[in-house]
Write a protein that binds this ligand. Structure first.
Ligand code: RNT
Ligand code: ZN
Length: 423
């Protein structure tokens, strides 16, 4: 970026700062808060949820990646290089979200036997680059998940296998937390459900309750690991019934004091997780947001700056509980450059957060308290065309990350120098 453009960015920012100040908004304070919010980038966007287990068999569990864009990471070193590239395009310090199948081991290790040692290279890399790590048991893409049930399986031996896997994962999460000095969020999502109308809706849920209690029986210091559970309304092949529904997990999370994960693609298409945050934060210890974008269904498109994303960020900021809300990305698109997919989703999420932090909440609340709903609506509309991008650009400038379309140029260069050589 040339000096001239830098000074243009500065002067645009000075004007924007004044416009926001006129509404009682301190742009510098907003940028300081933005800096303190890490986004957990999901490793699985880098290789279409493949992972590095030495196992043949594709992605199962009712989630799907489409597209065959060249240059997918084939091993952990390539994935780490790709991630390094993505982080360079995202202002601020951010985390990495790992799945259990991203282990590095000599031979094939059964999922109930995975250990911290299998993730030590990830920890070294995270330390060297200042990333926190989060974690996920992988309860899909496995023969013992082939019939669509894991922790709520009727066969106690199969349930036990997945219980052991989840216990192993919590310990790995704690290892991340201890090594890196920041707690890992270990999030449990299971695909369990029925394609067609069930006869017995309760038994699988009772079994899931028992499995979860067994998984969480071991107390782990929250300075190292935080547990979360992720509900869903339906999935591919679980259209009629999902064991781990919202009604199942919300009371569970409140009663057992674990976190809840809200994935933006997991509900009815017109139902936004934004609307749920204010209520849930009155009860929950913590919330993990799986920021995704469903197009007509839970399609896991790359996150963009949609109304829904903006509403989610606003509600998170307004909740006055930002420190208990964790942000993670969750989508998979193999039809475009996977690093671009990561960078675009992370940048969009940060932009939504910045927009939310620039909201004149007090002013809006004053209109509301005074019963002036026309004033409230008028201001909400005015806010949509405030000079937000000037604040975003100055943030990118200060953090030394590309502005505007420059980041796509960097991705293209990396495509030539690194991805082109991959079969
Ligand atoms: C699936 C859930 C879950 C997964 C990841 C890969 O619907 O959203 O979070 O996307 O675990
Ligand atoms: Zn999710």
């Amino acid at each position: 970026m040339s000096q001239k453009s830098d000074s243009q960015i500065q002067s645009a920012y000075t004007l924007a700062k004044e416009s926001y100040a006129a509404l009682g908004v301190d742009t510098e304070a907003a940028l300081l808060r933005l800096e303190s919010i890490p986004i957990s980038l999901h490793c699985w966007q880098g290789d279409d949820v493949g992972g590095f287990e030495k196992r043949i068999g594709g992605l199962t569990g009712g989630i799907a990646v489409t597209g065959n864009y060249p240059g997918k990471a084939r091993n952990a070193d390539e994935l780490r290089r790709d991630l390094d590239m993505a982080y360079q395009l995202v202002p601020g310090k951010h985390r990495l979200n790992l799945h259990a199948i991203y282990l590095e081991a000599e031979g094939q290790v059964e999922r109930n036997k995975i250990e911290p040692a299998h993730f030590s290279a990830w920890v070294d890399w995270a330390k060297a680059n200042g990333h926190g790590l989060d974690f996920n048991p992988t309860c899909f893409s496995h023969p013992l998940a082939a019939d669509g049930f894991t922790l709520s399986h009727r066969d106690p031996a199969i349930r036990q296998f997945w219980v052991e896997h989840c216990i192993a994962c919590r310990r790995i999460g704690a290892y991340f937390g201890k090594q890196l000095g920041t707690p890992a969020v270990t999030n449990i999502w299971i695909p369990d459900g029925f394609k067609d109308t069930p006869a017995d809706r309760q038994t699988p849920r009772r079994l899931l309750l028992e499995s979860l209690d067994a998984i969480f029986a071991e107390k782990i210091d929250p300075r190292f690991n935080l547990d979360s559970v992720e509900p869903k309304l339906f999935g591919l092949a679980s259209e009629s019934y999902v064991t781990g529904s919202m009604e199942f997990y919300v009371p569970y999370a409140v009663e057992r004091k674990v976190m809840l994960t809200l994935d933006s693609g997991h509900f009815h298409p017109t139902e936004s997780i934004a609307d749920k945050i204010a209520s849930l934060m009155l009860y929950l210890n913590g919330l993990l947001l799986h920021v995704s974008r469903g197009v007509r269904w839970d399609s896991d498109h790359v996150v963009t700056l949609t109304d829904d994303l903006q509403a989610i960020a606003r509600e998170a900021v307004r909740s006055q509980a930002l420190e208990r809300i964790h942000f993670g990305l969750d989508y998979f698109d193999g039809s475009i450059n996977r690093i671009a997919a990561l960078a675009i989703g992370a940048r969009s999420t940060l932009r939504a957060l910045l927009l939310a932090l620039l909201e004149p909440f007090e002013l809006l609340s004053d209109y509301e308290k005074g019963g002036d709903y026309s004033g409230r609506l008028g201001l909400q509309e005015e806010l949509k065309t405030m000079p937000f991008s000037a604040v975003w650009n100055v943030y990118c400038l200060r953090k030394g990350v590309p502005m505007g379309m420059d980041f796509i140029g960097e991705i293209k260069a990396y495509e030539q120098s690194e991805l082109a050589g991959r079969e």
